[in-house]
Each structure stands twice: as C-alpha cells, then as structure tokens.
Design a protein around this ligand. Structure first.
Ligand code: NAD
Ligand code: UGA
Length: 460
C-alpha cells in the first residue's frame, strides 16, 4: 500500500523531529502532526523558529523547508486521524504514579486513549505505528482496543521504536544506525511492514532497516536503553573506586574503550544520567521481569538506578562537606540545568536532584543554563519536592556578577560554552578559596589549579 497521508499523534521531542525528517525526505506524503496541547502546536507553528517547543540543532532548518508544504502541525486530531493511511502514536509513556505498578510500570493511558480515539474516528483501513516506547506486548493491547471499538475497519499494528538521542536527534534521524520495524507475520502484516519500509527507504539504506516480529521490536527498545544506561552506571561506579585508589577514570575509560569488543561510547563518567527515558524504561523492564517472577533479572537491572542515585547523592555530599568544613557561605553556583548539552529538556536531569539535596541543607543555589528558563527550573524543583524553598533559588540570565560572592561552582551540564577559557577568567573573580566541582569532567584540572582553584572532578 502506497502511503499518501500520515498522522502523528504527539508533537513532542520524538513526534516533532521524527515527522519533520519523514516529511522532508518524502515530499509526496502529507504529514500532519497533531497534539491536544494547543500551546505546543502554536509554538510548532510560530513564525520565529527560535520559539519552536523543542530545541535541537538542525531542527529549525528542516522545519523551515517542509512546514506549510507537506508538514503541518494541528490540534484537529479527529480530522487528521480520519484522513490518514498511516498513524504514528508518539505520545508520552511515563512511569505510573498510582495503582498497581506505581513507581515502576509504564503508564499506558495516553496510548490507550489514542487507540480508542482512532477506533472511534476511523472509516477506512489504517496502519497504526507504535513510535512511543512501550512494554513488550503493548501492540496486543492496542489491537484489542481497536477491534473492540471498531469492527468495520482493518487495522494493522507495527512497532517502530525511536532510537534518537536529544541534542543529536537530527543527525540520528538522518543517518540512523538502524531502523527497527516489527509486524505481524501474516500477508496483511507483511504488506504493512513494506509500506513503512518504503517510507524509510527514501533516505535509509536497505541494509540498515531491520524487520522483526512485534514483541522483539518492542523489547529491543527497552533493552537498548537499559544497555546504554548500564554502561554509564558501570563507569560511574568505577569513578568512586578511582577516587579511593588514585586511578584516573578518564584514563580507565580510554583504556577499556579501545578494546573493540567494548568500544568507546557511553563511557563518560558524570554526575548521573538524566533524560525522560533511561530511568522510566529500566523501571519498566524491572517491573516486567518481576511480574513474570524473574526476581534475579529484576534485581540486576534495578542496580543501574541504584548506582545512578548514589552518584548524584555522593556528588551533593562532597559539596555539602566542603561548605561545612570551610565554613563557607551557604551558596553555590550551578552551571547547567538541562540533562545534557544541546537540549532544552530537563526531565530527570541530575541537576534537579543535586539542587534538591543542597536546598534541603539550607544552601542557596544560583543557576545558569543557556537554554532553560526560570519557570521550567522552578517547576522541576517543585515536581520533585513540593515543599521546596524556592526563595533560595536564584536563576541567572548571566552569571558573572554572582561569581564574586561565591566559593563554590558546580558543573551540572556539559555545555560547550562552559569549557571556554573565558569561564576560567570569570572564575578568577570568585571568593577565595574557590572550588570547582566538575560533575561532567569537562574542565582542565591543571589549568584551573594554575590559577589557584581547587578542582574536584569525578574519579580523578
Ligand atoms: P513528549 O512528552 O515530549 O511528547 C508527547 C506529546 O504527546 C505531548 O505533547 C502530549 O501533549 C501529547 N499527547 C499525549 N496524549 C495525547 C493524545 N491522546 N492526543 C494528542 N496528543 C497527546 O514525549 P517524547 O519525549 O516525545 O516521548 C514520546 C515517546 O517516545 C515516549 O514513549 C518516549 O519513551 C519515547 N522516546 C523518547 C525519546 C526522547 O528522546 N525524548 C527518544 C526515543 C523514544
Ligand atoms: C537515550 C538514548 O541514547 C537514545 O538512543 C534513546 O532513543 C533515548 O534515550 C530515549 O529512548 O529516550 P537521550 O536520553 O536523549 O537518549 O540522551 P543520551 O545521550 O543517551 O544521554 C542520556 C543521559 O546519559 C544524559 O544525562 C547524558 O549526559 C548521560 N551520559 C551519556 C553520561 O553520563 N555518560 C555517557 O557516556 C553518555
């Protein structure tokens, strides 16, 4: 079946960038990205491309090229579902906050609402593509909802998980390591798979498109995230061992990464991984394993999250100890709030947890991030701890003037601009003795020590 009209439900960090590339590479397909959040859709339609709801290097260029030609952002969900031959579900799948599975299982209420709405609105056959990250066998649930609520239309379900990382999303979409498509092993299922393969073939080489059964595709997505996070927790756990033994984690990472069986990626030690997915997807994997009685498997994966929390906590404790031991002003400058560089996304950022730990000790925080605004920072803190004392939180549009009054600076995000020599010049203005706690190991220890700083990195 040749696809002419796509609808994507969910105009978030995945739906927006993914559909903009699909539209750019397939000028003959009309792509409608819909969302129930009218403000978000208005932002996607804003004339000033600096106001797009997602900051991603290279995104505005692609939007500029396709928006209004074959790419559209709209709140008319029913209309675009009805018109589409293929519907991507790209809605959020957060960790459940109540009921059975609270704190672990993925909350599928948004997915289920989409399935119900698709069933109610559809009058013609459709291919439904799970783009969101979901527990294994979710497609079965979607199928059930669709067939229960609409008996007149044939729905084929595909799983096509997204592997983009924020900050490099456009590059990841342009040259993906692989595109994974899971579908039914039936003639109709195969035809649906072929339709989606054809869309990707517009720019992805055939050998990079992998087709599997539905369950393998769903489980591979959770597994990929768990493996990536596991590498970070492994290296972070060793950073503590390095601090106790005199080994240097940067040297250890390099030495092991040069083993082609291990490889160099995802071996950068940090104050802890953040982002909307690693924690939620591992919790989900733990929940699935535990529900199946696989306690040892559940426990194994859960340790990744334990180490991540431990890394954030021990970074916070070092700062608190430094303030107490030196009788410093209870005040710290944070450089960075986003969960990684080149994104405005702050979900699960380690900075939120470290800030909360310091605020609980009565320490004031002055925060500077080049892409995150003040209301976002305050709402992140409130979400983690509704009793947070925001009078001790000061958001800086330019941090310069505050350097004078502080002894401690903490790097929470690895923004390139924090590496510039200009920063060490500004650091010079700080109260002395001055300490830099580098939660990303991005600064040069020797350079800072040469201008009189105490440099505290991770694992070195
Ligand atoms: P997001 O929160 O940025 O976007 C989801 C959007 O869906 C929201 O704008 C919300 O308003 C909308 N929505 C929810 N229910 C709706 C409904 N019934 N009708 C219309 N709109 C609805 O989420 P995201 O970061 O784009 O993630 C989406 C999915 O993709 C998640 O399952 C996530 O695990 C997965 N994923 C995310 C990333 C990433 O980097 N963020 C990468 C790969 C996979
Ligand atoms: C991650 C995966 O990399 C994507 O493949 C996946 O699609 C996505 O999750 C998802 O499912 O949401 P993302 O969270 O956007 O992407 O960003 P990453 O580059 O993976 O970084 C995650 C966190 O780990 C960040 O806080 C980052 O700073 C940290 N990190 C990463 C490290 O601490 N060390 C590293 O070596 C790499």
């Amino acid at each position: 079946m040749k696809i002419k009209n796509i609808c994507c439900i969910g105009a978030g960090y995945v739906g927006g960038p993914t559909m903009s590339i699909i539209a750019q590479k397939n000028p003959n397909i009309r792509v409608n990205v819909v969302d129930m959040n009218a403000d978000k859709i208005a932002a996607w339609n804003s004339k000033n491309l600096d106001n797009l709801p997602v900051f991603e290097p290279g995104l505005s260029k692609v939007i500029k090229e396709s928006r209004g030609k074959n790419l559209f952002f709209s709140t008319e969900v029913n209309k675009h579902i009805d018109e589409a031959d293929m519907i991507f579900i790209s809605v959020n799948t957060p960790t459940q906050t109540s009921g059975e599975g609270k704190g672990y299982a993925a909350d599928l209420k948004y997915i289920e609402a989409c399935a119900k709405q698709i069933a109610e609105v559809s009058r013609t056959d459709k291919i439904i593509v799970e783009k969101s990250t979901v527990p294994v066998r979710t497609s079965e649930k979607i199928k059930e909802i669709l067939s229960l609520n609409n008996k007149d239309v044939d729905f084929q379900i595909l799983s096509n998980p997204e592997f983009l990382a924020e900050g490099t999303a456009m590059r990841d979409l342009e040259i993906p390591d692989r595109v994974l498509i899971g579908g039914d092993n039936s003639p109709n299922g195969q035809r649906a798979i072929d339709s989606l393969v054809n869309i990707y073939l517009s720019w992805v080489p055939k050998e990079n498109i992998l087709t599997t059964n539905l369950w393998s595709s769903e489980l591979s997505k959770l597994t990929a995230n768990a493996f990536l996070a596991q590498r970070i927790s492994s290296i972070n756990s060793l950073s503590e061992l390095c601090e106790e033994t005199g080994a240097d984690i940067e040297e250890v990472s390099k030495a092991i990464g040069m083993d082609s069986r291990i490889g160099p990626s995802f071996l950068k030690t940090s104050v802890g991984f953040g982002g909307s997915c690693f924690q939620k997807d591992i919790l989900n994997l733990v929940y699935i394993s535990r529900s199946l009685g696989l306690e040892k498997v559940a426990h194994y994966w859960e340790q990744i999250l334990e180490i991540n929390k431990h890394q954030r906590d021990r970074f916070s404790k070092k700062i608190i100890k430094c303030i107490n031991d030196n009788n410093f002003n209870k005040s710290v400058i944070f450089l960075g709030w986003a969960f990684k560089k080149d994104t405005n996304d702050t979900r699960e950022s380690a900075a939120i947890y470290v800030a909360n730990n310091l605020l609980n000790e009565g320490i004031s925080i002055h925060i500077y991030d080049p892409k995150v605004n003040s209301s976002q920072i305050k709402s992140d803190l409130f979400l983690l701890n509704p009793n947070v004392d925001t009078s001790k939180v000061n958001i800086l549009s330019k941090p310069n003037s505050y350097f004078k009054k502080n002894n401690i600076i903490a790097i929470l995000t690895e923004w390139d601009e924090f590496r510039d020599y200009a920063w060490t010049q500004i650091f010079k203005k700080m109260s002395k003795p001055a300490y830099v706690f580098d939660g990303r190991n991005i600064l040069e220890k020797e350079k800072l020590e040469s201008i009189g700083f105490n440099y505290i990195g991770l694992g070195r």
